[in-house]
Design a protein around this ligand. Structure first.
Ligand code: PLP
Length: 240
């Protein structure tokens, strides 16, 4: 990877995005939707702005970064006129003040404490911050996200908070040996998504189900995802 010229990397990015768009469109049609119903996010962690801008030139209108600092330092170099930026990684409460107002959506709200801090900092800036609740669908100790059992209580509590609006759910499933297992987790998430959407709680406008990454976005879409987060399949392996 390190040996490719900028032009070669541009070509790869163009090719990869065209390829993925087709796969997304096919999976969308198979699940009775169309390409336009699925948000195609480019996950841009570790990627330099010149390559991120290339992805944006290919028509992508959504990027995702994991870290507050990385996002804020790249932002001035990105062509974000027609593109939104979301935070998708774990957010520490002490970074909330910096990120509120700088992203379209925080996808990784994983505690009440964090939601409460986002609420407080948003009110101070006279904003409403849109968020997704990150669900640890596999109940893994190693992962961030709230457990399925905590979700209802969390939504009820957030419904009381000013300055924050829940727009849906995000998840990263456990690493699975086979598609059947993967489908089980994605389908479980979709069912939970439909359930909470039907509840129509205050301060919520549940419309986004964020699941699917480079290795499993087609399966995720088939199970009802409408928002996929794709990094390495666009930009190549990440070099840390
Ligand atoms: C890195 C990351 C992705 C993208 O991962 P790829 O496998 O490179 O597509 C998606 N979501 C989150 C939360 C990530 O941190």
């Amino acid at each position: 990877m390190g040996c490719l010229s900028v032009d070669e990397r541009f070509k790869n990015i163009d090719y990869n995005i065209a390829f993925i768009k087709e796969r997304i469109a096919e999976a969308a049609v198979k699940s009775s939707r169309s390409y336009g119903d699925i948000d195609f996010m480019a996950v841009t962690k570790t990627v330099e702005p010149i390559f991120i801008n290339r992805a944006i030139e290919n028509g992508l209108n959504l990027i995702g970064e994991n870290k507050v600092q990385e996002l804020l330092s790249k932002k001035p170099y990105l062509n974000l006129d027609k593109c939104e930026a979301n935070l998708i990684g774990h957010l520490q409460t002490n970074k909330v003040r910096q990120i509120v107002g700088e992203v379209s959506l925080i996808e990784s709200v994983d505690s009440l404490k964090l939601a409460s801090e986002i609420s407080k900092r948003s009110v101070a800036k006279d904003l409403v911050t849109e968020c997704l609740i990150e669900v640890n669908i596999g109940g893994e100790n190693s992962k961030t996200g709230i457990s399925v059992g905590e979700l209802d209580e969390m939504l009820c509590q957030i419904a009381e908070m000013p300055g924050i609006k829940v727009c849906g759910l995000m998840t990263i499933p456990p690493i699975c040996d086979n598609d059947a297992e993967l489908f089980k987790y994605f389908s479980k998430m979709h069912k939970i998504f439909i359930d909470i959407k039907d509840k129509k709680l205050d301060n919520t406008d549940i419309s986004i189900l964020s699941m699917g990454m480079s290795g499993d976005y087609e399966q995720a879409i088939l199970c009802g995802s409408n928002h996929v987060r794709i990094g390495s399949a666009i930009f190549g392996p990440r070099l840390y």
